[in-house]
Design a protein around this ligand. Structure first.
Ligand code: NA7
Length: 546
């Protein structure tokens, strides 16, 4: 590895780097490593008190990845791949955080990472094609390029519930759970939200709390996680096939060689519409909720999707003893329009005497009072409220920074008025020299993490090209951006994601005022990678270099 180039001193309180990277999560760590290897000076600015990104912040009880650990990990270093020992098929938050810390140490990354630093403003200087980056610590950095490695599900949505500040008990958020943990023993707890974070934490909290009330606005499609400790020798056998597994990942549409948590949804070869009632019932008898959806047509045919939804509700009713609770736990929107969730004993938790489901479809939350939650169906006295209320996905983290590009345009305003426009999900016109890793319009959340490596490698190669060809700036052209955005958005039209009854973070429906468009590229990783490669080979077609 080439030693990192040193930053150029630029006067008191101001540092000059080739690149400022925002975020020390999976993307930011690899970006720093790669840029160093290419001889660029880089500084990582990280809000958190440690590396890991979402895996630093989301330390709520039960937090675990929904992709398999051997796949949800870096592929760029065979040494790290070989030496790291995953203990579980589906890694837990502590294990992934430990892994990312190991990577930071192993690659000596920490000396270029500044923790406890929130980027507040970024201003593009047109005169010399550089960015001035300012932080909440009053520092100013100047860099030719900025790489936003800010994560796709990192900007938590503050629940818009009246009185939430008035609660005199303990308020916790899954996305900034205390590092020292929290003991729910003997407490009356309310969890608001039943997405992935709520569903994962609820069984763990229920096992501790005196009583748990689950405040559910939308029921989740959730499936049993295949999490389990690796059997002796199992991980070694997998590692022996790592080249093959990575090649399969790269060739797959979703970046996954093994379906991991979602295998339960993909085992069906026969169409649900052609199955007899007996066959349908046998499927849920044998495979629970998985049997409701694992048919060949549930993701492609609206009627089959609807039938799967009903069957899913029947499968829940076989687990949850109280019929009213079982009915409330059944989703009323199409399967797969929201990201499916994986759980460990979620439905069984509702058979516990100390757990009550509050179905907000029967009467919503009116306000939070100093002592609990007032709904239109009654008052619930609580000691602790755990918010599991989600994220402003894909664009939220960048919209919270004042990013001023060419002519002083604010990125936030551009995305608010035009929607989350981008070229390849890597750049937005009017914001030269700013790259977004897994930005809106890229495969991002539709894939396992290898697309992060693709983006980092593409950007690093691009910056080396610019340097070698005497360029100082690169900017997506409005025409290329318009064509890409049209291609990305139209691909989602007619899909389940944009059904009127589907209100997911995939389309920004959980954030008031956010434009209702599908935020990711749906064409699959191989097609995306090929397009990115061709554009680079063609001298960065669709970008203006200068
Ligand atoms: P999600 O999946 O966005 O879930 C958030 C949950 O919070 C969801 O059930 C929401 O209901 C609920 N919510 C949000 N605001 C409220 C209010 N005001 N009142 C009641 N309920 C509310 O976020 P997660 O953190 O669970 O998971 C995000 C992703 O991270 C996940 O998909 C994985 O890929 C990793 P709604 O559905 O909007 O009706």
């Amino acid at each position: 590895m080439t030693p990192a180039a040193q930053p150029v001193a630029a006067g008191a309180g101001r540092s000059l780097f080739d690149v400022v990277i925002i975020g020390a999560g999976m993307a930011g760590l690899y970006a720093l490593h790669k840029l160093r290897a290419f001889g660029f000076s880089a500084r990582v600015l990280e809000k958190g008190g440690g590396v890991g990104g979402v895996w630093f912040w989301n330390r709520y009880p039960g937090a675990r990845c929904d992709a398999e650990s051997i796949e949800y990990s870096y592929s760029f270093s065979k040494e790290i791949q070989e030496e790291w020992v995953w203990t579980d098929v589906m890694a837990t938050q502590p294990e992934i955080e430990a892994y990312l810390n190991h990577v930071a140490d192993r690659l000596d990354l920490r000396r270029d990472i500044q923790l406890h630093t929130t980027v507040t403003t970024m201003t593009f200087n047109e005169a010399d094609a550089s960015w001035t980056v300012e932080t909440d610590r009053g520092e100013r950095f100047t860099a030719r390029y900025v790489i936003a490695a800010t994560g796709v599900l990192s900007a938590a949505v503050e629940p818009d519930i009246a009185g939430s500040g008035a609660f005199q008990g303990v308020s916790l958020h899954t996305s900034r759970f205390p590092k020292e943990g929290f003991d729910f023993s003997g407490k009356r707890v309310g969890v608001i939200g039943t997405g992935s974070s709520g569903v994962q934490s609820i069984p763990v909290v229920a096992a501790q709390a005196a009583h748990l009330h689950v405040f559910q606005r939308s029921a989740a499609y959730t499936f049993p996680s295949p999490a389990r400790p690796f059997a002796p020798g199992e991980l070694d056998d997998l590692k022996a096939r790592y080249d093959e597994i990575r090649a399969e990942q790269r060739a797959s549409r979703f970046g996954a060689a093994r379906l991991g948590a979602f295998a339960v949804m993909h085992t069906g070869m026969t169409p649900l519409k052609a199955a007899s009632r007996e066959e349908q019932l046998r499927a849920i008898e044998e495979r629970g909720v998985g049997g409701a959806v694992a048919w060949s047509d549930t993701f492609t045919d609206k009627e089959a999707n609807h039938a799967a939804r009903q069957l899913y509700g029947e499968a829940i009713a076989r687990v949850v003893k109280d019929p009213a609770t079982a009915a409330s736990l059944a989703p009323t929107y199409p399967l797969a329009c929201k990201r499916p969730v994986v759980d460990l004993g979620y439905f069984q938790t509702f058979n516990r005497d100390n757990v009550t489901l509050v179905d907000l479809r029967k009467g919503g939350i009116e306000r939070i009072t100093p002592t609990g939650i007032q709904t239109t169906q009654g008052f619930f006295e609580l000691d602790v409220i755990l918010y599991a209320t989600g994220f402003d996905a894909m664009t939220g983290a960048l919209k919270r920074i004042d990013i001023r590009g060419r002519g002083g345009a604010l990125l936030r305003d551009v995305w608010d008025t035009e929607g989350p426009v981008s070229y390849l999900g890597l750049q937005t016109a009017g914001f030269p020299n700013l790259f977004t890793i897994t930005g809106p319009g890229s495969p991002s959340v539709m894939t396992v993490n290898l697309v992060i490596e693709d983006h980092v490698e593409w950007i690093a190669t691009c910056l080396a090209y610019l340097r070698d060809h005497g360029h100082r700036a690169i900017e997506a052209t409005p025409e290329a951006q318009a064509a890409w955005t049209e291609q990305t958005w139209s691909a989602a039209e007619g899909t389940v994601f944009l059904e009127p009854s589907c209100n997911s973070w995939y389309i920004g429906a959980n954030v008031p005022g956010k434009k209702r468009v599908f935020l990711a590229y749906l064409g699959g990783i191989p097609t995306y990678r090929q397009q990115c490669a061709e554009i680079a080979v063609a001298g960065y077609r669709g970008f203006r270099l200068g």
